[in-house]
Design a protein around this ligand. Structure first.
Ligand SMILES: [Zn+2]
Length: 303
């Protein structure tokens, strides 16, 4: 096995290829923290009572992240630190489209966020061209030699992003990771994956972009928040994308823990129609009256 399989990842023995030969550099760590009354999984951070997590012979497992292979005290994690071992690229962006004035402004802000590894929220309405606004920032990060990932809670979003990113960065190999996939993992500078797949990374990414941050199952999922933190390097940045930020994200913006860029326009430059509340307690009667009027007189006007 080449070492790159483990760069920036933390895997169980059963996730390693058959030809795996542990070298001295491979870091081996325990998977669970066992206390007198509780057990904590170090992959997903779930703490369970010792009784609920028990296996025979005083062994313990985590029931919460079992869909990615069972973490238990019977196995260890294998990890190699991320070395950013990528070929240098001069101009990876092959996309030649144009951004609108507001999109350009957001794109410049996103470039700054990724450059300084900030925690930032890009709040843009559906159809605002969010992906295109990321291209310049991703391109610059690739030139800097950074490892980047775009994660989404939804597989369909990953499957849609993959060909668009391949098209925009034609010379760059991209790794696509999701639960329904058959292909073997490849070490790549740019990764597109589901947020669940982040549970297998450890201090890998210089910048992580999370699309549809408000979508199930990411929203309010403590395991996936933990996975996000673990997957990014301690010096790394995180950019959250959404059309509908929840209160928790807005709270973080308020507390200045999270920067914000806001784009209320769709790509054609029109504002979304503003919803105005108008109380019409007698709408039923009004409708009946109008329908009755139409039946009685409306058709006569038509002819
Ligand atoms: Zn777990």
């Amino acid at each position: 096995m080449t070492a790159e399989y483990l760069y920036g990842r933390r895997l169980l023995a059963q996730e390693l290829p058959d030809e795996f030969e542990p070298t001295q550099e491979v870091q081996v760590s325990s998977t669970m923290e066992v206390k007198p009354n509780s057990v904590r999984c170090t992959r997903c951070n779930y703490t369970s009572s010792i009784v609920a997590a028990a296996l025979p012979n005083k062994q313990y497992y985590c029931s919460q992240c079992i869909m990615l292979g069972r973490v238990s005290t019977l196995t260890k994690f294998y990890h190699l630190p991320e070395p950013n071992q990528f070929d240098s690229v001069a101009n990876p962006l092959t996309w030649r489209g144009q951004l609108s004035k507001l999109q350009r402004q957001c794109s410049v802000e996103v470039c700054q966020c990724l450059l300084h590894h900030k925690q930032h929220l890009l709040w843009a309405v559906t159809g605002a061209g969010k992906t295109e606004m990321l291209f310049a920032a991703i391109s610059q990060a690739l030139i800097r030699g950074e490892r980047i990932a775009i994660a989404s809670p939804r597989v369909d979003v990953c499957l849609e992003l993959y060909p668009r990113l391949q098209q925009a960065f034609k010379g760059i190999d991209i790794c696509l990771l999701h639960g329904r996939q058959e292909e073997r993992y490849e070490y790549r500078q740019l990764t597109i994956c589901t947020t669940h797949q982040l549970l297998r990374f450890f201090h890998a990414f210089d910048n992580l972009i999370i699309d549809e941050v408000d979508a199930f199952p990411y929203a309010a999922n403590q395991q996936l928040y933990f996975a996000t933190k673990q997957a990014v390097k301690p010096t790394g940045g995180c950019l959250y994308l959404t059309a509908t930020p929840d209160n928790k994200l807005l709270q973080q913006v308020k507390q200045k823990k999270l920067g914000i860029s806001y784009l209320p326009l769709r790509y054609h430059g029109h504002l979304l129609p503003e919803i105005k509340v108008k109380l019409t307690p007698t709408w039923r009667q009004q409708l009946k009256k109008k329908v009755a009027n139409f039946i009685n007189y409306g058709h006569k006007k038509t002819y």
